[in-house]
Write a protein that binds this ligand. Structure first.
Ligand code: PGA
Length: 248
């Protein structure tokens, strides 16, 4: 059974411009830790820029969403095959901002992950509870319910799927889950995955939510945290590269 791989993935969200991306990508290309898989997930219009700027580097190009359908009358959507044509190899699915602002259900998220896998992309399946859910003692139940529709994917293709645990209360708030809190949920997620399929023991489980250069090392040293999904800090090259180094 292979061990989970180390990953650090930047999520630019709806940020960037051709000029600022060029400088960021130029710096990020020099990723300092070959043992860590590194990707940046950019808004769709910049995927061509990523393809050019990252060509020949170890940094992978990623998108932030994908349509669950293959092609057709789905105005405004982007298919997994289109992402592939632009050199994209990973895609976020079910980020909490899409669950919240675009009313994405866990079933839809699973369908998006399946479409990504079918096209040869690695889906990064994002899960996480809100503060109200945590305070009500529902954090684990929430995350288990978010993972459940993806069960068949974990069973069939665990090598090509990544899970990102992002407690909603920690995203962009400056409040990070403590290493102990994060580790506890990661151990729970790992146990859920293994229940679904023993082969899913090799699925990487990343932590996201206010990861910074200053707290990355302690988070990533937890036994069940295999790296991070980085929002704000991925927009600053020095911070992002220092987080990559912390995952090595
Ligand atoms: P943050 O975002 O690092 O800015 O908290 C993480 C994410 O939403 O992926």
């Amino acid at each position: 059974m292979s061990k989970p791989e180390r990953w650090v993935i930047g999520n630019w969200k709806m940020n960037g411009s051709l000029a600022s991306n060029a400088a960021l990508l130029e710096a990020v290309r020099a990723q300092p830790a070959p043992a860590v898989k590194v990707a940046v997930c950019a808004p769709f219009p910049y995927l061509h820029q990523l393809q050019q700027a990252l060509s020949g580097s170890d940094v992978q190009s990623g998108a932030q969403d994908v349509c669950e359908q293959g092609a057709g009358a789905y105005t405004g959507q982007v298919s997994a095959a289109m992402l592939r044509e632009f050199g994209t190899s990973v895609v976020l699915v079910g980020h909490s901002e899409r669950r919240q602002f675009n009313a994405e259900s866990s079933e839809l998220v699973a369908a998006k992950a399946a479409a990504a896998l079918a096209a040869g992309l690695t889906p990064i399946i994002c899960v996480g509870e809100t503060l109200a859910q945590r305070q009500a003692g529902l954090a684990e139940a929430t995350v288990a319910a978010q993972l459940a529709p993806c069960a068949s994917l974990f069973a069939a293709a665990s090598a090509n799927v990544v899970v990102a645990y992002e407690p909603v209360w920690a995203i962009g708030t400056g409040i990070t889950a403590t290493p102990v809190e994060a580790q506890a949920m990661h151990a729970f997620i790992r146990a859920q995955l293994i229940l679904i399929s023993p082969s899913a023991a090799s699925v990487s489980v990343l932590y996201g939510g206010s990861v910074k250069a200053s707290n990355a090392k302690e988070l990533f040293s937890q036994p069940d945290i295999d790296g991070g999904l980085i929002g704000g800090a991925s927009l600053v090259a020095a911070d992002f590269l220092s987080i990559v180094s912390a995952a090595a």
